[in-house]
Design a protein around this ligand. Structure first.
Ligand code: G16
Length: 543
């Protein structure tokens, strides 16, 4: 194998965020930038000579070029085999499954998730370990440390591999298998859920619509929803993956999936509507006339999971990220299983899942998943919902109202202030942190503070500690307010303000969420001076 060693100077900004390194495409296109990061990943790992690496991405602009580069650097560094999705495509949960199924050493997932794509859009590289999950912090910290001192990368000199033909190729001693990105994943889904029951429900007239947002899940949805479950093809929308997602933002929230929301709230709405994001790990669930917030969705899926074959023995535990609402905690309590509260980032669920301490995990950021892979999984969440609806023979609205009647309703909302000046965002957070100790006993607008802290997590499996994971304010009566800065943006800073309040009285469950949370929203402004410090009068996105 012809290998070239190229000298470089370190790029100082290659610190992985919540989910890998995300930057604008032109940043990754700078000479040596992508190579330096991939080489830094490999330099931080041990014992992979001759092993298998999985490589795939969400099909966004620059995906194919980076895959060719990754193949050459993997070859030069001694990997023996690379499994790569046809067309360079692998959804994030499918990549996680492939790593696990084929016993790979790890994988490179190329995606900037829900962030926009295109020549001026975002790109990202994430390393996943052998359990199929995102690298834990001790590895991402090591990768970052390596990026700060790297002085060369090694690259094999072979021609571009044809990514559009499945088959096995030899590239100068590296075995490259271009695989069907969908088949293994679709087969896995079929083992988890009662496809017969879902198929009968759909054949009986239950209408399902799915918006793939011109992102990676289109081919998966066509295979699973249309071919295997009988969903009408015309109800799978925007199913062609496009490099720029059709100019849209592949974020399945109420702003970017507004068309779906409007359809679901309209007169002749289908019974069930859903969407997924750029790389297929997030989900949006909307029933006819009712949006389900992701925190509620986690709680409802956990409460009903036993209706699906994979979970019929019950759950071993539930895990949620700290900013996710406490709705799932009530389910865990009723089921008598452990509830784990982790920092934001799917990587924190990996140890718990591996140790059998939880079966279902979820985050307010539209991510839900289980121990079937080690990533959140958009289509999995959609299929579990469909399985539950088929088993219960009820509408989404009925399931939701029944859940609230049993557990009470946790009103929940997240307000995002996107693209604010980094200095302003940091200033707001540090001023707030300075105030925390003095808050208990004081009033913020109409609410009285019970306690306040900066969230820190000690992993119960490996004992590692992650500090500064968000500022929390708990109020008398049970309401909660959380402030964090996003770790996934690529320009400026995004302030996230998470609000929740539990309401036990069913007579009050039909209030508008923002109205129900008005006292908490007012408290957020009072304590953090958001308007003054960010210069914004309103959030950019409300979910
Ligand atoms: C990633 C992480 C999630 C996290 C989300 C939002 O999701 O995997 O665990 O909740 O980012 O993070 P932040 O609030 O820091 O922006 P994805 O779908 O972007 O890979």
């Amino acid at each position: 194998m012809m290998i070239k060693t190229v000298e470089i100077t370190p790029f100082k900004d290659q610190k992985p965020g919540t989910s890998g390194l995300r930057k604008k495409v032109p940043v990754f296109q700078a000479p040596g930038y992508t190579e330096a990061f991939i080489q830094s990943i490999f330099d931080s790992l041990e014992g992979f000579k001759g092993e298998t690496l999985v490589v795939g991405g969400d099909g966004r602009y620059y995906n194919r070029e980076v895959i060719q580069t990754a193949l050459r650097i993997a070859a030069a560094n001694g990997f023996g085999r690379v499994l790569v999705g046809k067309g360079g495509i692998l959804s994030t949960p499918a990549a996680s499954h492939i790593i696990r199924k084929y016993g790979a050493y790890g994988g490179l997932i190329l995606s900037a998730s829900h962030n926009p794509g295109g020549p001026k859009g975002d790109f990202g590289i994430k390393y996943n370990v052998g359990n199929g999950g995102p690298a834990p912090e001790k590895i991402t910290d090591a990768i970052y440390a390596r990026t700060q001192e790297i002085d060369r990368y090694k690259i094999a000199l072979f021609n571009d591999v044809d990514l559009d033909k499945t088959g096995t190729f030899d590239a100068d001693g590296l075995t490259i298998e271009v695989i069907d990105p969908v088949a293994d994943y679709a087969d896995l889904m079929e083992t988890l859920f009662d496809f017969d029951a879902i198929r009968s429900m759909i054949a009986g007239g239950f209408k399902v619509t799915f918006d793939a947002m011109h992102a990676v899940t289109g081919p998966y949805a066509r295979e699973i929803l249309v071919k295997r479950l009988g969903v009408a093809p015309e109800l799978v929308l925007n199913a062609e993956p496009l490099e720029d997602f059709g100019g849209h933002h592949p974020d399945p929230n109420l702003v970017h999936a507004k068309a779906l929301y409007d359809t679901m709230m309209g007169e002749n709405a289908p019974d069930f509507g859903a969407a997924s994001d750029g790389d297929g790990d997030r989900n949006l669930i909307i029933g006819k006339g009712i949006f389900i917030n992701p925190s509620d969705s986690l709680a409802m899926l956990a409460a009903n999971a036993h209706l699906a074959p994979a979970y019929k023995e019950g759950l071993r535990g539930i895990a949620r990220s700290m900013p996710t609402s406490g709705a799932a905690d009530r389910v865990a309590e009723k089921l008598g299983v452990e509830l784990h509260e982790t920092p934001t980032g799917w990587k924190f669920f990996g140890n718990l899942l591996d140790a059998g301490r939880c079966t279902i995990c979820g985050e307010e950021s539209a991510g839900t998943g289980s121990d079937h892979v080690r990533e959140k999984d958009g289509l999995w969440a959609i299929l579990l919902w469909l399985n539950i609806l088929a088993a219960r023979g009820q509408s989404v609205k009925e399931v939701v109202h029944d859940h609230w009647a049993t557990y009470g309703r946790t009103f929940y909302s997240r307000h995002d202030y996107e693209g604010i000046e980094t200095d302003h965002a940091r200033g707001l957070m540090s001023a707030l942190e300075d105030k925390l100790d003095a808050l208990p006993g004081t009033s913020l607008d109409t609410l009285t503070v019970e306690r306040a802290d900066s969230f820190s997590y000690r992993d119960p499996i490996d004992g590692s500690v992650s500090s500064n994971q968000g500022l929390r304010i708990f109020f008398e009566g049970g309401a909660r307010l959380v402030f964090r800065l996003s770790g996934t943006g690529t320009s400026g800073a995004t302030l996230r303000v998470y609000m929740e309040r539990h309401e036990a009285d069913p007579a009050l469950h039909d209030q508008d969420t923002q109205e129900a949370l008005a006292p908490v929203i007012a408290a957020a402004e009072a304590v953090a001076e958001i308007r003054e410090r960010t210069g914004r009068n309103a959030p950019t996105v409300i979910t």
